[in-house]
Ligand binder design. Structure first.
Ligand code: SF4
Length: 166
C-alpha cells in the first residue's frame, strides 16, 4: 500500500509504539474503499474514529462487584448480572457502563479486597458494588465485616454502592 507524502508525514505524529497498529488499521479501511493509496483524509478519518472511541470509553462507568466468599460456594452470581444487564435495582441509574470485575472478598475478614481494588484501579474502576449477599440477612448471616470492607475500598478513593440485586 502506498502513502501520499502528507499522509506519511501525518502518521509520524503518532507515538512510535502505536504507529504500526495505526498504519495497519488505516490500510485496512483504505482497502475496504477499494483504494491502494493512503491520503491525508484517510489518516484524519481514522484519527476522528479513534478520538470518538476514546471519548466513549471515558464516558463508560466501570463497575466492579465484590461478593461474599462463603456465599459464592452456592451462588454463581446470576442475579447480580441480571440486575446489571437489565439496569435494575442498584444499577438503574447507569447509562453507559460495564462490569470490569466480579470477585469474592477472599474470606473473612475480606482479606483479598485491598489487593484486588489496587488491580481494578489500574483498569480505571469508578465504583465497587457491595453485593446484596453481603448486606442481607437470609439463609446466611449479614457480613460482620461490611464496614471494614467499605472503608478499605473508600480509602482507595473508589466510590462504594450498597447492593446489587436486592
Ligand atoms: S468477610 Fe463478609 S463477605 Fe467476606 S466471607 Fe466473610 S462474611 Fe462473607
Amino acid at each position: 500500500m502506498e502513502w501520499e507524502p502528507d499522509a506519511a508525514k501525518e502518521i509520524e505524529r503518532i507515538p512510535e509504539h502505536m504507529r504500526r497498529m495505526a498504519k495497519m488499521g488505516i490500510e485496512t479501511s483504505v482497502e475496504k474503499k477499494s483504494k491502494n493509496i493512503v491520503s491525508i483524509e484517510d489518516v484524519k478519518e481514522a484519527a476522528q474514529r479513534f478520538n470518538s472511541l476514546m471519548k466513549k470509553d471515558e464516558k463508560t462507568t466501570k463497575i466492579a462487584i465484590v461478593r461474599c466468599d462463603i456465599v459464592s460456594e452456592t451462588c454463581p452470581g446470576m442475579a447480580c448480572f441480571k440486575a446489571f444487564n437489565k439496569r435494575k435495582v442498584h444499577f438503574s441509574d447507569y447509562g453507559e457502563a460495564e462490569i470490569i470485575g466480579f470477585f469474592t472478598c477472599g474470606g473473612c475478614p475480606g482479606r483479598r479486597i485491598f489487593r484486588l481494588v489496587d488491580s481494578l484501579l489500574k483498569h480505571g474502576v469508578d465504583v465497587v458494588h457491595l453485593s446484596s449477599c453481603m448486606l442481607m440477612e437470609g439463609g446466611y448471616p449479614k457480613c460482620p465485616h461490611i464496614e471494614e470492607i467499605r472503608q478499605m475500598i473508600l480509602k482507595k478513593g473508589v466510590k462504594v454502592v450498597d447492593g446489587t440485586h436486592h
